[in-house]
Write a protein that binds this ligand. Structure first.
Ligand SMILES: NC(=O)c1ccc[n+]([C@@H]2O[C@H](COP(=O)([O-])OP(=O)(O)OC[C@H]3O[C@@H](n4cnc5c(N)ncnc54)[C@H](OP(=O)(O)O)[C@@H]3O)[C@@H](O)[C@H]2O)c1
Length: 280
């Protein structure tokens, strides 16, 4: 199964996230691809990610015959307020130059000449879109039009910001990547906007942000009924409501389990139960 963006680019249904892996990044990316993941998420932001170590894994995979085209690579431009002193661009340069420098260094880290998806890690402010956000977006649109990236997107975006971007951008986002809280209907408002605009919604922290969901008797009963684990039920729910889930597991058994989340089907009642479980 694959997902399709509104420009017809196909995207794998599950993504392996590389945040917080530190020196284990290379080993874990290799393990994830060998387990069956074909989509990798990273960021050019050393506080949480190590893009160059993802690149080391890609070199090792290429040596074993995994071609670049078989993988879906997504990375992010992180504004200076989300970086530490190791910012991968000149912070005194204008925003377009910062994007160009960060993008060039991402290509070098990942040993590629194009990206499948390039994501703004987060808008510059919490409300509205700042002039800097529009400057980043214009630079992203140029990367898209020059075919250096196949899709552009935004992360950590509110419904208000996403509506604004969809209204005013020349190219609306192809991808949104957000933290997904059951307490907010699993980001229902943003997901609904994505649905309307045919934007692919990627959900992260599906497990870690929703630990209370796992203690709910109704959710445990759904898992027992299908003979599946709680993580698999949450990932399957995410897929059935149209999300592309991310997992950052470090455990080879969990990698297999997570990838097997598409091997069963939740009933409409199960989906309704999980979608609303955090709202009460
Ligand atoms: N855009 C952003 O700002 C942003 C922010 C955060 C994350 N992300 C992206 O999203 C990715 C995933 O982050 P995340 O927060 O969803 O994941 P995560 O924090 O890496 O956590 C996954 C957690 O779930 C556990 N887990 C996974 N599969 C499991 C299973 N089958 N059974 C039991 N436990 C399981 C993992 O434990 P084990 O290791 O023991 O399996 C881990 O504790 C990140 O790596 C990053 O790429 C993006």
């Amino acid at each position: 199964m694959t997902l399709t963006a509104y420009n017809n680019v196909t995207v794998p249904p599950f993504m392996y996230g590389t945040a917080w892996k530190k020196e284990a990044t290379t080993r874990l990316v290799l393990m994830a691809v060998e387990a069956g993941f074909t989509a990798i998420d990273t960021a050019n932001q050393l506080i949480h990610y190590d893009e160059a170590l993802v690149g080391e894994a890609l070199l090792a995979l290429a040596a074993k015959g995994t071609t670049r085209e078989r993988l879906f690579l997504q990375t992010k431009f992180t504004p200076a307020n989300g970086q530490d002193h190791r910012t991968p661009y000149d912070v005194t340069a204008n925003v377009a130059t910062q994007v160009a420098q960060s993008f060039a260094s991402s290509l070098a880290h990942l040993h590629t000449d194009y990206l499948d998806s390039y994501v703004l890690h987060g808008p510059y402010g919490r409300r509205g879109l700042a002039p800097e956000d529009w400057e980043v977006w214009a630079a992203f649109e140029q990367l898209y039009e020059s075919r250096q990236v196949r899709m552009i997107g935004i992360s950590n975006v509110s419904a208000e910001q996403l509506r604004l971007l969809c209204e005013k951008a020349k190219h609306k986002p192809f991808v949104v990547q957000n933290r997904c809280y059951a307490a907010f209907g699993w980001d229902k408002e943003v997901r609904d906007i994505c649905h309307t605009h045919h934007i692919l919604y990627q959900g992260f922290s599906l497990l870690t942000a929703n630990r209370e969901v796992f203690t709910e008797a109704a959710v445990r009963a759904i898992a027992a009924k299908h003979g599946m684990g709680l993580a698999q039920v949450v990932f399957r729910f995410a897929m059935q409501v149209g999300m592309l889930p991310l997992t950052g597991t470090t455990d080879p058994e969990h990698m297999k389990e997570d990838l097997q989340s598409d091997r069963f089907t939740l009933s409409p009642e199960d989906v309704q139960c999980i979608e609303t479980v955090g709202l009460s």
